[in-house]
Design a binder for this molecule. Structure first.
Ligand code: SAH
Length: 341
């Protein structure tokens, strides 16, 4: 049976027409699912009993079960969800001054193999469907009973390696009759899949694009991120320039600072050179050390010096607050979890 949350509003209208129903029923169903956030067809009380039964016979609701919930001293919550096929995924809720942000996963596992990331070294299982991505947001909102203001695609997986499902999920999350989270409050982060960056420039979405840059030479970047061998820096930067030209939107470059690897002033100088004149922002992430990882966090002094150097040379840079590190919920700490764990 199909998951009712796999459909955009337009697609759901087509489904209802195929069932011999009026298309406006799709809007009512969307409202029940994403605004009332009900967990059963039975609760959709403005639909006839016959239609509710028909829906019940044709679709599932795909309500995730919370297998585990951990709370950090800083208020960050990490959820382990049962995705109903024997797999589990992690989703993180973060509390910022400006509101609540959910960090969603886009795949079960990841193929990218970034050397500093905990999602590396565990097998890739499959892409998440659009409905499973949407369900992460819905399940957290249901759990806390509050509306979320921001979504970041920075959990497990490479969103641009699951492009179509991620785009559809964004449209459901963004739709006024869906979860109604403004596109400007949605960020998609990629390790640098160049052809999809070109595609994303054509989507006419107001989302923020984040690029995991982390190094300024092909040698250094390839040593950290194997994806750089397929799509080297020159091609990546060209795709970024195209994106900015097409959308007139600022790109957020992520740069995880690792001690004695990419955190000295020479690196900062090269970063200024690489990004000069681009509409962008640099998000500096103090790298989180992972088990058996060779990359270690830069000293606070170096991080601040790096940021100040960028700012003094015309590149707007901020340091990302570290949230949830005590529950392994910080950047790069998420792992695919088995139900047995
Ligand atoms: N695959 C996507 C999104 C997931 S990772 C991407 O690569 O962009 C989200 C961000 O966390 C990326 O910028 C990633 O490079 C960064 N990250 C991964 N492991 C990290 C670690 N150990 N410390 C700090 N940041 C990390």
């Amino acid at each position: 049976m199909k998951n009712i949350k796999e459909y955009s509003l337009e697609e759901l209208k087509q489904e209802l027409i195929a069932l011999g129903e009026k298309p406006y029923r799709a809007e009512q169903i969307f409202t029940w699912l994403y605004q009332e956030k009900v967990k059963s067809f039975e609760e959709m009380t403005n639909l006839s009993l016959a239609l509710r039964e028909k829906l019940e016979q044709n679709y599932t609701m795909c309500n995730f079960q919370i297998l585990k919930k951990q709370e950090s001293s800083d208020g960050t919550k990490k959820y382990l969800f049962d995705v109903l096929d024997g797999n589990a995924i992690e989703t993180v809720l973060m509390q910022y001054h400006h509101g609540k942000t959910i960090c969603v996963s886009s795949q079960i596992g990841c193929k990218m193999g970034c050397k500093f990331c905990a999602s590396t070294g565990i097998a890739f299982v499959r892409n998440l469907t659009a409905g499973e991505i949407v369900e992460q947001v819905l399940a957290v909102e249901q759990d806390i009973g509050e509306h979320i203001s921001n979504i970041v695609f920075m959990g497990i997986g490479e969103p641009f390696d699951n492009y179509d499902n991620v785009m559809k999920a964004i449209r459901i999350i963004n739709h006024p009759k869906g979860l109604n989270i403004g596109a400007r409050h949605i960020s998609v982060s990629t390790s640098g899949i160049v052809p999809r960056i070109f595609d994303f420039a054509e989507e006419e979405l107001q989302c923020t694009l984040s690029i995991s840059l982390h190094a300024t030479s092909n040698e250094k970047r390839s040593a950290m991120m194997p994806v750089n061998q397929a799509y080297p820096l020159e091609e990546l930067m060209e795709a970024c320039r195209n994106y900015i030209a097409k959308t007139n939107k600022r790109i957020s470059f992520e740069y995880a600072l690792a001690k004695d690897n990419n955190d000295n002033l020479e690196d900062a100088k090269q970063l200024v050179h690489l990004l000069k004149g681009m509409l962008c922002h640099v998000n500096l992430i103090p790298i989180n050390k992972i088990e058996n990882g060779k990359f270690v966090k830069s000293s606070n002094e170096n991080i601040i010096r790096f940021r100040d150097f960028l700012n003094e040379h015309g590149i707007v840079a901020t340091i990302r607050r570290e949230l949830g590190s005590d529950i392994d919920a910080a950047c790069g700490q998420l792992r695919r979890k088995n139900l047995q764990n």
